[in-house]
Design a protein around this ligand. Sequence first.
Ligand code: ADP
Ligand code: MG
Length: 339
Amino acid sequence: MENQTLESLGEFGLIDRISESFQNISSATIKGIGDDAAVIDAGSKYQLISTDMLLEGVHFDLVYTPLKHLGYKAIAVNISDIAAMNGVPLHATVSIGISNRFGLSDIDELYEGIKLACEDYNIDLIGGDTSSSRSGLVISITVVGEVAKDKITYRSGASENDIVCVTGDLGAAYLGLQILEREKQEFLANPAMKPQIDNKSYVVGRQLKPESRTDIVFDLLEKGIVPTSMIDISDGLASDILHLAKNSGKGFTVFFENIPIDNQTLETCAEFNLNPVTSVINGGEDYELLMTISQADYEKVKDIPEITPIGFVNNDGTSWLILNSGERTKLIAPGWKNV
Ligand code: ADP
Ligand code: MG
């Protein structure tokens, strides 16, 4: 272990390393590090807690990200982790680090977005922290939610022959980012140029203003379905499939032809000469839900139009992507090495 570096560990290796050196003391800690949210026994229900940090220059670029959208997104992506536990969000704290580049109207704009998200998702802003920053804007949000004890869904419950499903469509947020990056370069080269994003409103919108699928949590409850495992797709389908597979000790087989993809996503792939398979499998930030359900729930899930079956939990312990040609390729998650 002497030769280990941050770089060789990667983000998930680092989290595992931190996790290994801590033991839970409280009997109320049902799940600590390792799922989309921590799970605390709150008596009749489980309380869910999730934290995410967004850093300027790492997670967002203010050249093309309106502050109002950023505020909205910061809340929505945290709520997404609560939805991934099959829970309902209730409260949020918002901490910000602000550099002297920002004026009062900027902060007002950021909080307009935060407020809109709090209204849309029906949650209360209950606190936070405010500090100056020497390295641009920093936003750290914690969302607290709850779930009935018999509805909690972890990353770890997938069983052989369960059906693998996703919500919405995938890949759009990544293609939206490509459009925004292209427009940034063109703007830098020629500031008089008007941005060419009118016919790309869907993919750009998916990047700038993602929604969390709390509606799906409601649909599942209404239909009486508790998924066997679930995660939100933040890092990309491949990476998040491997999270469910690893935590459940299983392999997944998914069929590319079954993955829902918007036409604008495919058109944009063609425009950028990007391979649709890699773009859709590895593009992150869709904030859709990836879940497994037992076969017994298949008929019920068919009534939820926003949920699409894409594969099954196999018995060989390896995760596979079946391409439209029928060729089978091992799912690997790129970017694991980058913290
Ligand atoms: P997500 O993408 O769903 O937000 P992450 O990959 O960020 O999940 O985190 C996975 C798990 O690791 C979560 O339980 C999270 O709380 C925990 N975690 C992440 N970073 C740290 C850290 N620095 N210290 C302790 N726990 C962490
Ligand atoms: Mg998550």
